[in-house]
Design a protein around this ligand. Sequence first.
Ligand SMILES: Cc1ncc(COP(=O)(O)O)c(C=O)c1O
Length: 347
Amino acid sequence: MTTRLAEPTIPSRRFRTSATPMLFDLSLSENPFPPLPSVVTAVNDTLAQANRYPEFLPEQLPRIIAERLGVRPEQVVVGAGATGVAQQVMRALSGGELVTSTPTFDGYQMLADMTGMTLVPVPLDTAGEQDLTALRRVVNRRTALVVLCRPHNPTGTVLDAGAVRSFLSALPRRVPVLLDEAYVEFLDPADRLDLHALLNRYPNLLVLRTFSKAYGLAGLRIGYCVGRGELIDRIRRQQLPFGIGTAAVAAVRAAYAADDELHDRIQRINQERDALRTVLHTCGIDAYRSHANFLYLPGPGVATALRRAGIKAKSYPDGSARIAVGDPLAGRAVHAALIGLRTTVGR
Ligand SMILES: Cc1ncc(COP(=O)(O)O)c(C=O)c1O
């Protein structure tokens, strides 16, 4: 059943005291829709018991997620968003080099600094995709972790499934690979990887996901990682006692029960993204074809033009910008801001 949804609210509408009022905050790839009413009710119901601690070590949430994925509960480690879980992964690996693409999710550099890892950045290729050959080339005996992102932040591009498998097969088994699937729900089902087949074949693989993006629960901080064997056991040992709030369990249960509504929202976000990309193309902004809830708009001058129009975007040193999509009002404002700006940067 398709439920009729209200127009999404603007993710963040506030006014600064400086000359340019900030009308839209599109910098964090948030979901523009507020949580579903059923999720709000479920979370509210937990508040009456907020004098009580949650579980000492989380059991319910891994069980609920494992059931949904068709894996064993001991294969799932949960944490404070994908960021919190990534920190648990990196702590468990204690030092060494983290090989990943650049630009990517800023959290990886911060977490590397916090956990004593050295980030080895490998530039994206000219198509905005992670360069698997170059990534493989820099893996050596100091490598403690490789991070792949699918879809990739900030470009929204998707690594070919066969190329990911070949990459994993070519790596030494002692090197763990974190496959960051923070935006996987925005992918066409045909483009998704077979989680079970991958986990069965590659004991060094960890798959990272979050409820912050498609599920629209960024403020609740819920993420998880799936893996197997000794590797996932090591990561679970980094679990913070009482680290998962009771509200998270209720929210995930309710969100899983609302598949149809969530699916409808994802469709709308994807449609809005593709329509915005098309309209921006007509005014000279050649965005990569994104498979996530954001668009990467190549610079120069894009981030500045958006800022001048009161739109906060994630900006990059060459003037490019990444914007969250899904809110039609914000999309129109982005279009209006960039109409006169012709991007000449070739790809
Ligand atoms: C690729 C990627 N991974 C992980 C995260 C972290 O998400 P969270 O900590 O909100 O679950 C983000 C957030 O933007 C992201 O873009």
